[in-house]
Design a protein around this ligand. Sequence first.
Ligand SMILES: Cc1cc2nc3c(=O)[nH]c(=O)nc-3n(C[C@H](O)[C@H](O)[C@H](O)COP(=O)(O)OP(=O)(O)OC[C@H]3O[C@@H](n4cnc5c(N)ncnc54)[C@H](O)[C@@H]3O)c2cc1C
Length: 326
Amino acid sequence: MTQINFKNQRYTVTANNDVLTTLLDAGEKIPFSCRTGSCQNCLMKATQGTPPETAQVGLKDTLKAQSYFLACQCYPQENLEIDLPNTIDTRYKSRVLEKQWLSDDVIQIKLARPKNFNFRAGQYLTLWKDEHLARRYSIANLPDSNELEFHIRVFPQGQFSSWAAYETLENNFLEIQGPIGDCFYLEDAIDADLVLIGTGTGLAPLQGILSDALKAGHRGRIDLFHAGLNPHSLYNTDLLTKYASEYDNVFYHPCVLDKAGVVDSRVEYLEGDISDVVFEKFPSMVGKKVYLCGDPNLVKKLKTKTFLLGANSQDIYADAFEPSHC
Ligand SMILES: Cc1cc2nc3c(=O)[nH]c(=O)nc-3n(C[C@H](O)[C@H](O)[C@H](O)COP(=O)(O)OP(=O)(O)OC[C@H]3O[C@@H](n4cnc5c(N)ncnc54)[C@H](O)[C@@H]3O)c2cc1C
């Protein structure tokens, strides 16, 4: 018999009982549906202890790496502390270290990384302006630094982004919450070909994922497509060009709808709709690991096309930057 700890309550999992049944019998409200491990509605996370591999069958590698498991398939071999996904309630106070413009409408903000705050490059956090306003932003840097780097597109009417761009934030404290998300690099994909496609500030998580892959000594090919309306809407071109010149397996493809007004003649811009440009280059996506971030409509379109061109659905990682409804 093993013990599980859920919301500070301890439950005993009796022989032949699974975690879902144990919690439901105790009156806990856990989402579930099929009870056969297919629907994944009863997804939970072990915050302490290791869930059995049989409870992780069918989950994405990134979820397995974060100790997610299916409660209906979980017959624990050891005591576990468990939680539902996205109930990471802790908020941390984080000092704003610096802010700078990366392009006409994108700012970079660096926050101090709170002690013991762990994350994977490419995951996202909730940033709180005050008690009433919060937005999600992806982390663009590696966890081996004492900073958290964000790229924020500034909308003239944007409640968070305009405030962040035009208020003096340096040395103020923001509350942050998370991390969330499964858009990050996994070391067991070291030989796989990676295709990273981002629009606008969708570059932020991809920059983190690229840095993580390079740090791990990634051996497969890495193609990074960064799309924008025109050359002025792309940023960090120097950094990405440098990566591509330093690493034989890194290919940087800045892609714009209209090349007019090229800012840097050393950068070779591709012209056209990103979804045409990518798939002209890669008519087959079989065997590739694909990361898609940014504009929700484009992420959806690219996801479908990537799948239809042969990528395994388990190998497609996507963060759609859905606008907030409050
Ligand atoms: C998982 C996730 C990760 C994200 N990561 C990032 C990130 O790394 N960088 C980043 O810049 N954003 C990111 N976002 C989007 C971000 O959370 C906000 O939605 C965005 O910054 C707008 O917030 P706001 O308060 O400035 O605008 P709001 O006050 O929410 O919106 C006000 C007005 O701004 C305009 N607007 C807002 N969003 C859009 C849009 N998408 N397209 C067109 N017009 C819009 C509209 O006119 C809208 O009426 C992410 C979203 C999600 C869900």
